[in-house]
Design a protein around this ligand. Structure first.
Ligand code: M6R
Length: 609
């Protein structure tokens, strides 16, 4: 989704902003632009496509400046084009705005601005109305004009604004879209995400909803909606900037796939004491509260939703609490049955997904207890939850989520074990059996990663396919959804996942000679049933790739190729089985020449509806 960077200070704003925008490329974008204040005027340059297009366009131009804003756009209103790219300006070009989010009443505002103020629009975007609105209210004080414009706007936005008449100031606002401020020495920054700033600062202000920030090179002031100044604690970023670099890997995705043993180990061991009891430090749920929950709602989007599907299975099995899993964009408009006895679990890598955040707020309004499973410390979902269960995946840059998913799963297991034990429904033997299995996962995963070449060889035989079906039963069906999503989002192969038992209720009609079917058969108690499903598709001509535990070699009689995972308890398999599917998706996409870390049309952090 759109990326925002702004700079004020003695350095070269252009270089600092372009560099920051590059760090935000992973969020997904289709055009970029920059506005710089120079000699009492604003210079605005924008280009469709990659940031390198913008760089080429402005190469050689004299653009020294100490104040500027830059943007990577992910099109919502109006196609990707030079004109629709941000920043947008008012009619005389003295005010420039960058924006992440959507202005819901922009049509109405456009009409009003055109009719009442003679505004002539140059783009099709909702953002352009912000620049004109601020201009209409501008009487020499940019902050005041921004406040007045906000009163007219509905929707979600993080904006950065500069004005040629006030070259020593930048104003930014956050309403439902992420915004951080970087505090430098003689310089200050705004950005939609911390990685954009890490080269320059470690001290950050996390801006809250409905707050306005006024930045000069030596000062940052925060104000609430009532225009009162608010104080904020400085957030110190402890993770290393290098963690957001590729470190010799061809893509972030494959680097992040390889970081999974570490991420899972960290996520597990940080929550265990010396006696191997799970300690939920910072999570204030008491035994009594856990006992009175009569329902768990897990709500998320995309990959995080798929982690929730596994969570349902595990929590129901180990903690004996009924669990519903819902897609956040559906939950929020469904008037779901949630009350004070509901534990609402929001899962989100970024912690900024707008639908997940909105669902969380809806559940909170209805009295549910909110626990979030989040990777980004200090993100909106984390801040608005009663308790946060952090995943220790480290920054995830590739759009395709990998290590966030497996660490989310690790959290689901710990939570289920913890609640099962607190409720007294899980005996010690079962608790330790599962815990032992979990702790063995990182080493077992390493053996899969060490065997990566065999999956590359398999990818070479499959990468020209244009259609794939993933099938599985029980936990394998949840993993099938994630395996299928991984493949389609980075390789653009038409990929579809279905519970194997559902095949003959419709989908089997699509199976014909040579159709590729990836069949997950890791569950011992469902193994024979999966063999039958494989036979069914084979009988219609399917080419089957099987995925099974090492000892279940019987599958070789049915499948043309097999991926094996190490032996483990049935309950644990998702943590292992997804990894070869991630690697397979990666190599298939690579062989197809796809832009793996930045797939078309996708954004890392979906901060609009
Ligand atoms: O940041 P979140 O976990 O809330 O993001 C949710 C989805 O947008 C995300 O998982 C998406 O499906 C991934 N690109 C899939 O790889």
């Amino acid at each position: 989704m759109c990326g925002i960077v702004g700079y004020i200070g003695d350095g070269n704003a252009k270089d600092i902003i372009i560099d920051g925008l590059k760090k935000l490329e992973y969020r997904g974008y289709d055009s970029s632009g920059i506005a710089l204040c120079r000699d009492g005027k604003l210079m605005v340059r924008k280009k469709k496509g990659r940031i390198s297009n913008l760089e080429e366009y402005i190469a050689g131009e004299a653009m020294d400046s100490h104040l500027g804003i830059g943007h990577t756009r992910w099109a919502t209103h109006g196609a990707p084009s030079d004109l629709n790219a941000h920043p947008h300006t008012n009619m005389d070009g003295s005010i420039a705005v960058i924006h992440n989010g959507i202005i819901e009443n922009y049509v109405e505002l456009r009409e009003w601005l055109a009719k009442e103020h003679g505004v002539v629009f140059r783009s099709e975007t909702d953002t352009e109305v912000i620049a004109h609105l601020i201009s209409v209210f501008y009487e020499g004080d940019l902050t005041d004009a921004v406040y007045k414009a906000m009163e007219k706007m509905r929707g979600a936005y993080a904006i950065g604004v500069i004005c040629a008449h006030e070259p020593d100031k930048m104003v930014a606002v956050r309403k439902d879209s992420p915004l951080v401020v970087g505090l430098g020495d003689g310089c200050n920054f705004i950005a939609s995400d911390i990685p954009a700033l890490l080269k320059h600062v470690r001290q950050i202000y996390l801006i809250e909803n409905n707050e306005t920030v006024v930045l000069t090179k030596n000062d940052v002031k925060l104000y609430n909606a009532a225009r009162q100044e608010v104080k904020r604690e400085v957030f110190n970023v402890t993770w290393d900037a290098d963690a957001a670099e590729k470190e010799g890997y061809d893509h972030f995705m494959i680097k992040e796939i390889h970081e999974q043993p570490k991420g899972i180990r960290e996520t597990l061991t940080r929550r265990l004491d010396d006696e191997r009891n799970i300690k939920l430090d910072g999570i204030s749920m008491t035994k009594e509260e856990i006992e009175q929950f009569n329902k768990v709602y897990i709500v998320a989007c995309g990959t995080a939703y798929h982690a929730g599907l596994v969570g349902k299975y595990i929590i129901e099995k180990l903690a004996h609490i009924p669990v519903e899993v819902d897609i956040a964009s559906e939950f929020r408009y469904r008037d779901p049955f949630v009350d004070g006895k509901t534990l609402f679990i929001a899962i989100s890598q970024s912690g900024e997904t707008l639908d997940t955040l909105a669902a969380l707020r809806e559940a909170k309004r209805k009295g549910a207890r909110i626990l979030s499973v989040v990777n980004v410390v200090g993100s909106s979902v984390a801040r608005e939850s009663d308790d946060v269960f952090y995943t220790w995946a480290g920054p995830e840059i590739a759009v395709a989520s990998t290590k966030a998913y497996t660490t989310q799963l690790a959290c689901m297991y710990l939570l289920a074990l913890y609640m099962g034990k607190e409720k007294g429904v899980l005996d010690d033997l079962s608790y330790h059996r599962i815990l032992d299995e979990l702790l063995a996962v990182p080493d077992k995963l390493q053996t899969i990663l060490d065997n990566e070449k065999s999956i590359l060889e398999m990818a070479k035989t499959l990468y020209r396919r244009e259609q794939v079906f993933f099938i599985g039963r029980g936990l394998d069906s949840s993993v099938s959804y994630e395996g299928s999503l991984k493949l389609k989002e980075i390789s653009y192969i038409n990929s579809f996942a279905i519970a194997a038992g559902e095949l003959k209720h419709g989908t089997i009609a699509l199976i014909e000679q040579d159709t590729l079917v990836i069949a997950l058969a890791t569950q011992n108690f469902l193994f024979e049933k999966m063999l039958s499903n494989i036979q069914e598709v084979k009988a219609r001509g399917a080419y089957v790739v099987g995925l099974a535990k090492k000892n279940n070699t019987e599958i070789e009689k049915q499948a043309s190729q097999v991926i094996y995972i190490p032996e483990c308890a049935d309950e644990i398999t998702p943590l292992l089985s997804i990894v070869p599917l991630q690697i397979l998706a990666y190599y298939i996409a690579k062989l197809r020449g796809c832009d793996i870390d930045k797939p078309k049309n996708l954004a890392k952090s979906v901060t609009v509806e």
